[in-house]
Design a protein around this ligand. Structure first.
Ligand code: CTP
Ligand code: MG
Length: 229
C-alpha cells in the first residue's frame, strides 16, 4: 500500500499539513494508517512525506510510525511524484502482486469497501472505489455564460483506494512524463488498460477543508454505532 501524505493542505489553510489535524485526538494520517493496518489485504505501508514534515514524523510521531510499521519515503512536488517515489521504494518485491494507493487524507474508508476493491483488482488487474454522481452536472466552456447537461448515469466520482497489478502501475508510471493527472487510474487508462469502478460510499470522504472534519466526526459516530450494534 502506498499512502501519499506529502501534500501541504493548501485548501485546508492553517500553518501545518492538514494530516496533523486530529479526529478523536488522533492525527489524520495515523487514523488512516490504523484503519488500514487492521485489514488483511494490507501489507507494507509506504508513506511519502514532505521534507518539511519529516522532522515531526521522526520525533513527535517516531513511536507511532514504528508501532504501525509505516515506512516513510520522500514525497514529491505533485501527488504523482509522491506515488512514484513510493513505487520505487517498493522495489522488486516479488511477493507483491497488487499495489493499492490510498490518500492519507481519507481516514474513514470502510473494510467492506476495501474487500470489494481488492477482490475486483484480483479479477481484472485495475480497480478503484468510486461513487455514482447524485447531482445533475453542468458543463460550461465559457465560464458559466452557457452550459449543457452531462448524462448523470454515466458519471462517477473517483476515490481511493485505487488498486492495480504492480506491473501495470509500473508501466503506467514509466510512460508518464509530466502531463498532469489527478489520480493514478488516469495514468493506467492512458496505457490502454480498463479500470473497473467499484461502488464505494461518500463516508470515504477526503478531508480537504476544515469543515470536512465536522462531517468526518459525524460519519465516525454512525460507523461506531454500527460496529457496536
Ligand atoms: N499528496 C502527496 N504529495 C503531493 C500532494 C499531495 O502525497 N505532492 C497527498 C496528500 O498529502 C493527500 C493526498 O495526496 O493525502 C490527496 O491530496 P489532497 O487532498 O489534494 O491534499 P493536499 O495536496 O495536501 O491539499 P491541497 O491540494 O489543498 O493543497
Ligand atoms: Mg492537492
Amino acid at each position: 500500500m502506498i499512502l501519499p501524505a506529502a501534500g501541504s493542505g493548501q485548501r485546508f489553510g492553517g500553518v501545518q499539513n492538514k494530516l496533523f489535524a486530529t479526529l478523536e485526538h488522533v492525527p489524520l494520517w495515523l487514523f488512516s494508517v490504523r484503519r488500514l493496518r487492521l485489514h488483511q489485504r494490507v501489507g507494507r505501508i509506504l508513506m511519502p512525506i514532505s521534507a518539511s514534515d519529516r522532522p515531526r514524523f521522526e520525533t513527535e510521531f517516531a513511536q507511532a510510525v514504528a508501532e504501525s510499521e509505516v515506512e516513510l519515503v520522500a514525497g514529491g512536488k505533485e501527488r504523482t511524484d509522491s506515488v512514484r517515489s513510493g513505487l520505487e521504494a517498493l522495489g522488486d518485491d516479488d511477493s507483491v502482486a497488487l499495489v493499492a494507493i490510498h490518500d492519507a487524507a481519507r481516514p474513514l474508508v470502510r473494510h467492506d469497501h476495501l474487500d470489494a476493491v481488492f477482490a475486483k483488482a484480483d479479477q481484472c488487474g485495475a480497480a478503484i472505489l468510486a461513487t455514482p454522481v447524485t447531482s445533475t452536472v453542468k458543463q460550461s466552456f465559457d465560464d458559466g455564460h452557457s452550459c449543457h447537461t452531462l448524462d448523470r448515469k454515466t458519471l462517477w466520482l473517483a476515490q481511493t483506494p485505487q488498486v492495480f497489478r504492480v506491473d501495470l502501475l509500473r508501466q503506467a508510471y514509466a510512460k508518464h512524463r509530466g502531463r498532469p493527472a489527478t489520480d493514478d487510474a488516469e495514468l493506467v487508462q492512458r496505457i490502454g488498460i480498463d479500470v473497473a469502478l467499484v461502488p464505494g460510499s461518500p463516508e470515504n470522504l477526503k478531508i480537504t477543508y476544515p469543515h470536512d472534519l465536522t462531517i468526518a466526526q459525524a460519519i465516525l459516530n454512525i460507523q461506531s454505532q454500527h460496529e457496536h450494534a
